[in-house]
Design a protein around this ligand. Structure first.
Ligand SMILES: Nc1ncnc2c1ncn2[C@@H]1O[C@H](COP(=O)(O)OP(=O)(O)O)[C@@H](O)[C@H]1O
Ligand SMILES: [Mg+2]
Length: 154
């Protein structure tokens, strides 16, 4: 029933808490985990702005824009490595994906591409606003996802 599970993480406490639940799904027949992090479009836009500003200040400065983005992606993969190792040790097959853009859109895209049977995510993320009943990403994913969603409370 839960053969392939999508686990989107923003490396927040609540997403981290989801890992414990995820591991327990091994006993429910889950075999494969798609570990996903989305580099937010906002972050990419900020990179672009900083990159341009640095260039205008000193035209000799021309670090390749793609290089900067690659560094970012590598950093995200490094952060995912210990999570993947933990899941592998728990007996799962793990696939790591880093996508760029808007989290909800990318999560739903990967849901389709990987034919997942369930999504496990945190009720809140890095913003974790005290008064917020639910995060904006989790709210939209619950509404639009095709598969079952396990929402882990903060
Ligand atoms: N950039 C992202 N990449 C992958 N997963 C994400 C991302 N942002 C949020 N998520 C997932 O959605 C959950 C809820 O986050 P979110 O709705 O953004 O809450 P908040 O508004 O508190 O930041 C997180 O615990 C995580 O599982
Ligand atoms: Mg967030």
């Amino acid at each position: 029933m839960f053969k392939t599970i999508l686990y989107p993480t923003d490396f927040s406490d609540t997403a981290g808490k989801s890992l414990d639940y995820l591991k327990q799904l091994r006993n429910a027949g889950a075999q494969k985990i798609i570990l996903l992090n989305v580099i937010h479009q906002r972050v990419l836009d900020t990179l672009e702005t900083i990159h341009k500003a640095a260039y205008f200040q000193d035209a000799r400065y021309h670090e390749d824009r793609d290089e900067v983005e690659l560094r970012f992606e590598k950093d995200r993969r490094n952060k995912m490595a210990p999570i993947a190792a933990e899941l592998t040790a728990a007996g799962f097959e793990v696939k790591i994906r880093v996508e760029k853009g808007y989290p909800v859109k990318e999560i739903l895209k990967v849901e389709k591409e990987e034919a997942v049977s369930a999504i496990v995510l945190g009720s809140h993320g890095r913003n974790n606003i005290l008064g917020a009943r639910i995060g904006s990403v989790s709210e939209k994913v619950i509404r639009r996802a095709v598969s079952a969603v396990l929402l882990v409370k903060r």
